[in-house]
Write a protein that binds this ligand. Structure first.
Ligand code: ZN
Ligand code: MN
Length: 490
């Protein structure tokens, strides 16, 4: 069977939890992991007569994210009620934004360090502020058909970021999510922790298929319930294949059947049908009469814009241009997040060469962090201490292997550089000590001396290995130079 040629068309809706201490319209805590229903009040549980009051910080974080996504920030924005019935929604409506969102018409630039696809801009239709619902807990595992509701999350501020259908593959969708998450982390807008539910993704996907009678579009499917970026990628790959097969069998196209919602089953690696998707008219949106609209002044927006730091994309190009790193190396470092870049900057500020710092951070530091399951903020060796160590390596006082041993002691025993070196018995070898060592080696190995004289300079390597055993503190480079000098002198 010939495959008809087709394009995959993907748009993503991402909900991220904004980093605020309190909820969007009340003063309840947003801390994760508290016992169920302990972070609630009359406002977020929808008691009659309770009045919402906007959390200013959440609004500012939303605007900051909109600005970083190159969005327009309209001067006027308001709050709407989105009405639906669900057990985890005590008010019977969600406070959201309908026709006048806090930001709109932006884009996110995505690229690929490995060059698998060119850089492209993914359009952002809107990024609006809304409150989260509660959480249903289904106790199926315990064999009891009992569902409970935890309202701790109800009213938590969310930013819903809606992209244009500009992604053409599952891989591009993953690249978009990765870059978006990184951008929000750099902005300090969200911690984007998928396990704790502070980043959730819904994907809209269909195919545009070339047929003899023109291009047709398959029905759009919204895929939900994806718990990792990897799951998003697999779900989209599966869904593109499934839609193609479905079209082959039935000729089904957009317009013949309504939009469908499907959920990703991570175990079986398939999407399965869920409830029919609501049309937006089903939600009976109307302006929330309890909340005043927001009108921005130029000065207020300018003050927020001041807080925009460098985006991951800008940091990458800084590392490439100023520090001479490869695109790949810059990508690996930036991917670690803003704390790693702050650490990097502090190491470089101490005068360590960027190339050496990049190597040590990527190889040794990342490995140690992984082994210890620590973030760079928790790492026991400060940037200044690491720089001190790397300067010893750079000046030749420590070779790389010895440097690694010293770092291990610094990390594991929490000692400073000097005491770590002492504990390993590392000290400087003086000139006479080095000379005695080399003379001994040459006396014990006359054949090597002959070989070197005969032009086989490589033979000297055997002696360097021996020198290392006799005195691990002797610098191999210095040993080599002195050996050669002594052979040529004699
Ligand atoms: Zn509350
Ligand atoms: Mn939403």
């Amino acid at each position: 069977m010939n495959m008809a040629s087709f394009r995959t068309v993907i748009g993503l809706e991402v909900h991220v939890q904004l980093k605020t201490r309190t909820k969007l319209f009340c003063r309840c805590s947003t801390r994760f992991g508290a016992p169920p229903n302990t972070q609630v009040c009359p406002v977020c549980t929808g008691m009659p007569g309770a009045l919402p009051k906007l959390n200013r910080r959440a609004l500012e974080l939303a605007v900051l994210a909109g600005m970083a996504l190159h969005c327009e920030i309209p001067r006027f924005t308001k709050w709407d009620r989105k009405n639906y019935f669900y057990p985890d929604l005590p008010k019977g409506y969600q406070i959201s934004q309908y026709d006048l969102p806090v930001s709109q018409n932006g884009y996110l630039e995505i690229g690929d360090d490995q060059g698998r696809f060119a850089s492209k801009r993914v359009g952002i239709i809107r990024a609006h502020l809304e409150e989260d619902a509660g959480k249903s807990m289904h106790d199926e595992a315990a064999g009891v058909a009992e569902s409970r509701i935890d309202l701790n999350r109800t009213g938590t501020p969310l930013l819903e970021i809606v992209s244009r259908p500009d992604m053409a593959s599952a891989r591009e969708a993953k690249a978009y999510l990765t870059e978006l998450k990184l951008l929000l982390e750099y902005l300090g807008v969200s911690d984007c922790n998928m396990q704790e539910g502070s980043l959730r993704v819904d994907a809209n996907v269909n195919l545009h298929i070339d047929t003899d009678s023109g291009t047709i579009a398959t029905p759009i499917v919204e895929v939900k319930n994806m718990n990792s970026f990897r799951a998003v990628e697999r779900a989209l790959e599966f869904e593109a294949r499934r839609q193609y097969d479905q079209w082959r069998q039935t000729g089904e196209r957009l317009g013949d059947v309504p939009k469908q919602t499907r959920g990703w089953d991570d175990q079986r690696e398939v999407t399965v049908p869920q409830r029919e998707k609501e049309e937006s008219s089903d939600y009976r949106y109307f302006p929330d009469p309890d909340l005043v609209p927001v009108v921005w002044s130029d000065a207020e927006l300018a003050a927020i814009r001041q807080r925009l730091g460098a985006s991951p994309r800008e940091v990458r190009s800084r590392l490439i241009q100023e520090a001479g790193l490869s695109a790949y190396d810059a990508g690996v470092l930036v991917q670690q997040g803003p704390a790693m870049i702050a650490y990097w900057d502090a190491v470089i500020a101490e005068g360590v060469s960027p190339k050496r710092a990049a190597n040590w951070l990527q190889q040794d530091i990342l490995r140690l962090l992984k082994e210890r399951s620590e973030s760079i903020d928790e790492f026991p060796v400060s940037a200044e201490q690491l720089a001190e160590l790397l300067r010893q390596v750079e000046s030749g006082k420590l070779n790389t292997t010895r440097g690694r041993e010293v770092l291990t002691v610094m990390v594991e025993e929490g000692r400073d550089l000097v005491s770590s070196m002492e504990s390993l018995g590392i000290r400087e070898v003086d000139a006479s000590e080095l000379e005695t060592l080399c003379r001994e080696l040459l006396q014990k190995n006359p054949s090597v001396v002959e070989d070197v004289r005969a032009g086989k300079v490589k033979a000297i390597g055997a002696l360097i290995g021996q020198a290392r055993k006799l005195n691990p503190n002797a610098d191999p480079g210095a040993v080599r130079n002195l050996l050669m000098e002594m052979v040529n002198r004699s």
